[in-house]
Ligand binder design. Structure first.
Ligand code: ACO
Length: 373
């Protein structure tokens, strides 16, 4: 008979990984042994994706080769092109991304191959394609003209260009690039676990990514960043403390707070708070930043909970001009680098992931014919 389960698999070690590591007590995060504080603001998202997918920070030559692969990976393929308008009309952003990634897999020449070479090609292509999918989805639903991706621009710069329609300010590009670095990987979070479970059946990378996107969508995971912004927008600026206390008293969760692993400040929140403040000041209106600071103080005082990555990411994205319902898709743009790296790692040393369960239903039931039930 199985042991009692740990609800939500808390503290269960479900996989070995060389990709990222968290010290939840000290509030530290590492990608392949590099402290996130050393990477953020000093390493580009492209370098970070290379670190995760290829195993090391790139040399200049390696970065040039990987960058060229990313630029080539930006094209969406005929099936996506033919369907994106209708999907944008009928599906919400995360649902649409789930569909579009699935469609793009259908045309991939490596779709049935799980070799390391095929997986690396698919990882680079999915990483390149995700920001374009988000921008093209947004343009399709709004009817906006969208500039073509500029091969000379980084993923961060190109995304801001395509979403806002304006050549982005270089400091805004740096900040957004740092956001992408901060969200790239995070051990056995729910969406990464979903991707690994799927990959471990020897299913293909696109299927694993579709599972991950569906999992990221939920408000207890990536969907929280959108909910943070909606909460800020629903509260009068001078009513923050009272509203938060009322919500807590009613047993409501405050989105953007708490974490399964961090029991202190999430190191990503440290950077995001700073960037939110800087952008608020540059915008000349720091209302949402000040409200966020007040929420942070109240939630810490009342519940002892710290902001997670989603809390200050919300106002950063808002100040960068990203529409609120694209906040979770933006998370997926970054996390694609980590998800794909996890699929590569899973396929490289695979065993089916199939835990046990504790049976809590009826036993010894007596079967009766349908007319006697
Ligand atoms: N607001 C209020 N109370 C909270 C919050 C919160 N944000 N988070 C946890 N709590 C409380 C719970 O109500 C619970 O209290 P109880 O013991 O009195 O019932 C206790 O803290 C433990 O919470 P759990 O939900 O059991 O903790 P768990 O580790 O399962 O969940 C999670 C972690 C999902 C992140 C949780 O803190 C939460 O729901 N936060 C809000 C959603 C959120 O911000 N999600 C993004 C997480 S980061 C990411 O996925 C990218």
């Amino acid at each position: 008979m199985a042991d009692k389960p740990t609800k939500g698999l808390a503290d269960v070690v479900a996989a070995s990984t060389a990709l990222s590591d968290i010290d939840g007590k000290a509030g530290r995060l590492f990608y392949r042994g590099y402290d996130i504080h050393d990477l953020a603001g000093r390493t580009t998202f492209e370098e970070t994706a290379h670190l995760l997918q290829c195993g090391a920070l790139p040399t200049r030559d390696q970065l040039a080769a990987y960058g060229a692969e990313l630029v080539n990976g930006r094209s969406l393929g005929a099936l996506v092109e033919a369907n994106i308008s209708e999907i944008a009309e009928k599906q919400a952003p995360m649902e649409a991304l789930r569909t579009l990634v699935s469609l793009s897999g259908a045309e991939n020449p490596d779709k049935d191959a799980n070799s390391a070479e095929a997986n690396h090609r698919k990882a680079a292509q999915l990483t390149a394609q995700q920001p374009i999918l988000v921008a093209r989805y947004h343009a399709a639903r709004t009817g906006a003209e969208i500039p073509d991706p500029d091969p000379g621009l980084s993923i961060a710069a190109n995304f801001l260009l395509q979403i806002t329609g304006k050549v982005p300010d270089p400091r805004q590009v740096e900040i957004f690039d740092t956001c992408l670095v901060l969200h790239a990987d995070h051990t056995m979070n729910a969406s990464t676990f979903a991707a690994r479970v799927c990959a471990a059946t020897l299913s293909d990378m696109h299927s694993a990514i579709v599972a991950a996107i569906g999992t990221l969508k939920g408000p207890l995971h990536g969907g929280a960043n959108e909910q943070v912004m909606r909460t800020l927008q629903s509260i009068a600026p001078d009513q923050v403390a009272g509203t938060v206390r009322d919500k807590l008293a009613n047993g409501e969760k405050i989105m953007g707070f708490g974490h399964r692993v961090y029991k202190t400040e999430d190191p990503r929140a440290t950077h995001l708070r700073r960037m939110s403040e800087e952008l608020a000041q540059a915008a000349g209106d720091d209302t949402y930043y000040r409200m966020s600071k007040e929420m942070e103080e109240v939630v810490l005082a009342e519940k002892g909970l710290y902001p997670n990555v989603d809390f200050y990411a919300a106002t950063v994205y808002h100040y960068l001009g990203i529409p609120t319902d694209l906040f979770t898709p933006v998370f997926s743009v970054s996390r694609m680098s980590g998800w794909t790296a996890h699929v590569i790692e899973q396929h490289a040393d695979n065993r089916l992931i199939r835990p046990d369960s504790e049976y809590i239903g009826e036993r010894d039931q007596k079967w009766k014919p349908i007319d006697e039930r």
